[in-house]
Write a protein that binds this ligand. Sequence first.
Ligand code: FAD
Length: 629
Amino acid sequence: MKIALIGAGPRNLAILGRLLFTVNTKATYEIDLFDPQPIGGRVWDPFLTNNHAFLMNTYANQVTLFDDYELLDHETPIERPNLLTWAQTVAFDYLNDHPEYPDAYRNEVLTLISANTFASRGLFGVYAAWYFEEVQAACPKNIHIHFHQTEIIDMEKGARRFSLTGRDGFTSKYDRVVLAPGHIDNQPNKKQKELAAFAKRHSLAYFPASHPAENDFDKINENDQVLIEGLGLSFFDVILSLTGAKGGTFVTNNDGSLTYRPSGHEPHIVAGAFNGLPPRTKGVNQKESAQVYQPHFFTLKRMKEEASNNLGKISFEHFMKTLKQELTFKYLYNQVQLLKLDTGVSKASIISDLMHPERWSSINEKYGLHLDMSIDWDSLVFPAMEWPDAKTFQKNLHKHIENDIRSAKLGNDWSPLTGSYYILRDMRDTIRTLYNENYFFADGYEKMLTTFRAFDNQLSAGPPLVRMQQLLALMDAGILEIAGPGFKTSRGHSTFVATDRYGQHFEGTALIEARLSEINFNIAKSPLIQSLQKQRLIRKNDRLRKSDGSLLLGNTIKVDLKTLTVLDKNNQPVDGFFVSGIPLEGERWFNTVIPRPYVNTLIFEESKRLVEALQERHSHFHKLLQKKD
Ligand SMILES: Cc1cc2nc3c(=O)[nH]c(=O)nc-3n(C[C@H](O)[C@H](O)[C@H](O)COP(=O)(O)OP(=O)(O)OC[C@H]3O[C@@H](n4cnc5c(N)ncnc54)[C@H](O)[C@@H]3O)c2cc1C
């Protein structure tokens, strides 16, 4: 059987690992892996200079590529180190044997010493390359693997097989094709085209949404004022490129805070977003690689029980109420753990009362405590929307970031606030099960993709702590200014302009959209995706509709969810053609994650289903064999 894996990112690498250890040992397999970027894929390219310094947003001990999902009992001939244990053991020798990798990674592995470290994105790329060598070396004799560093620009479906064409002229036919393209770029929209033309006319610099590490800001300097649209994860990458990469340094003060020492070559930066604030930072890591929070209220069992009394569904309101109850429990529990109690009062008895939400309001009185019982999770998400004017905004912004940093320093388990935010990550598996297994009503899906996504992203998907400290240092140094909510950018007379809801006005010689392209295959730049659309081999997902009748998931490719087989224009399975990962975002909950060891991680669960389907013979196999392609 000939198998093509298009994309050499974590997803197809996980599928490759799964294939090696589960395929029929009597058959022969030719597996070709394609990507224009090195093994590991575009996000993690170790040869991109920015990726030496840009950090992963996941702790190194919580990152792996070795499939553990139901493969635990199998005798596999390889070790399965996570990124951290790999960095602490074989990585240095591997890097010495591979002088093509920059010295930055040798230096990095010498310092990547604890579970509280974030690796650089490039180091994950090196880990991926090492993983690929390991699985190749352990590969059974009946499997042959080849990596082709090229983009697949076309695929045609024949009667029996699929013909692939590479940008480098490569062509070949395959029985099975798995497309896992990750975040792909889109064709520019009208506004982006106008901004690009405007920038050209006035010799300004414009950087539309894309992968942040691929931007080249070399030409931006101290004479520029830069407007940055977005305060999310890409924003943190961008500000590092405009400051540290311009020669400035962050100095650690005695109290652990940072001071920025400018080089003099930094532009002045004005950044903003619709809600005015960056997401909450991740706390100091106190968790082992597979240590996840065990909920008391928001359990799968309880949520399924609720559904069984409600036509098999859960209302979005019940989902949020129970989830917030769990967050509040953790918030109170952590406050109790941090208390120094008088003798005579035991933490155990307070916690036993905490297990009953109806007792929460009487706990302070009963034990003579001052626990903060007034937590309102909704108002924590976008607090700046309530700040009335620019002066209040600036005053509160600084305090907000300082408080966030202070809270994060108490740790991602023990801090009352940051520890509560983190359990949103730990409970993703339950959320994913409810979402993927159809437990919501149609309006619930719409609210999950809007209200809950904003809630989750803002509280649990922020940057490493050091990035937030750097942000504060840049604000204090006067290099970076954050504008109020409602930040909007456009064209002025001869410069870019930005405004916020307070009526502030900013001008810029450069405009950077600090975000990834929207996930929407309909407007993808990729020639392969465009060709598949033209042939009507892929189609919009029409499974769910919004309240106004439009498609809720129209930006995602429609697949049979059991097998991840693509469905064509007639809703018929394209046997042997699978799509995995980011193009299914929204159909599946929170796809944009890297595998975490030993926690039934999504990518491994998905790989298992896909590989099982991939090995099945089509029901009409005998008829197919008589056809020519
Ligand atoms: C900037 C950035 C930072 C991130 N940081 C984190 C993080 O710290 N932690 C985390 O959990 N997740 C992170 N993510 C989410 C990320 O999507 C996943 O972690 C993971 O990389 C997804 O794996 P994937 O294989 O599905 O996609 P990708 O890693 O994106 O890989 C897909 C690959 O397919 C290739 N490809 C696309 N089209 C073709 C074609 N036609 N022919 C050949 N090859 C093709 C691309 O070049 C790419 O290399 C980040 C994402 C981005 C964009």
